[in-house]
Design a protein around this ligand. Structure first.
Ligand SMILES: [Zn+2]
Length: 250
């Protein structure tokens, strides 16, 4: 028998249970973090690429950014590219016209949370509150329901995962990371990180430096013409994730 400080006698089996329970809860909370690896990939599936589609999904996270958006939208129009913008609620709250400009230009908006927090470091109720607040702000600004969700840093907590399913959103990650947020990124390193484009790839880039390296969006912008050239040479137009998911005959 074990005597706890409160003077309660606890049987050894119960003692182990008391010790194991917080560990099990912590493991469950963090388990979707493993969504990148087996077996998490199967337990917590997310769209990373869309096989069989003769196009590449272009995605921009962390905006909308008043400095970056106008030049970016102009360039995407020049290149004949469409993209999905995963926006944060706090950025939309500060500048709701940004998401409307994205939609008016023929692109797509997905949710990237309200704040840009690592959800496995948030208590479950805070993660759920963050998603709901982000959703309300984005839907208010766009007048459309949120359909696609990408968690900050690409990591879910169990609460985040369950809330995304409950809301009916499609969780979207990526299979090619341009690493344009890195302090030493250049257009050449971005293109090298993205590698050889394959049908149905989903590319991760950023249209804001709010949570990354100051001015990084300029480097991203400079990489886009060469990226579009490569995509065209491979016969793969740059399109939004929604377009890939709705692709005919897939
Ligand atoms: Zn992000």
């Amino acid at each position: 028998m074990l005597r706890f400080a409160a003077g309660v006698n606890v049987a050894p089996r119960a003692r182990w249970l008391l010790l194991a329970l917080p560990l099990a809860l912590a493991a469950a909370h963090a388990s979707p973090t493993l969504t990148w690896r087996w077996p998490g990939r199967y337990l917590f599936p997310a769209v990373r690429h869309v096989p069989g589609v003769r196009a590449v999904g272009l995605t921009f996270d962390d905006g909308p950014d008043p400095a970056a958006l106008d030049p970016l939208l102009r360039q995407l129009a020049d290149l004949g590219a469409r993209a999905t913008f995963f926006v944060t609620g706090e950025q939309v709250e500060a500048w709701p016209a940004g998401v409307r400009a994205i939609l008016a230009a023929g692109h797509e908006v997905g949710l990237h949370g309200y704040r840009h927090d690592r959800h496995r470091r948030l208590p479950p109720w805070a993660a759920i509150a963050d998603l709901r607040r982000g959703r309300a702000i984005v839907e208010d600004a766009t007048g459309r329901p949120v359909e696609l969700f990408r968690p900050p840093y690409g990591t879910f907590s169990l609460a985040t995962w369950l809330e995304v399913r409950r809301q009916g959103w499609t969780p979207v990650l990526w299979n090619r990371d341009g690493r344009d947020w890195a302090p030493d990124a250049t257009p050449a390193t971005i293109l090298a990180s993205l590698g050889t484009l394959q049908p149905g790839d989903i590319l991760l880039l950023h249209d804001s430096d709010r949570y990354g390296t100051p001015g990084s969006w300029r480097t991203t912008l400079a990489a886009l013409p060469r990226l579009a050239e490569r995509a065209a040479a491979a016969g793969l137009p740059l399109r939004s994730v929604g377009e890939l998911l709705r692709w005919e005959g897939r």
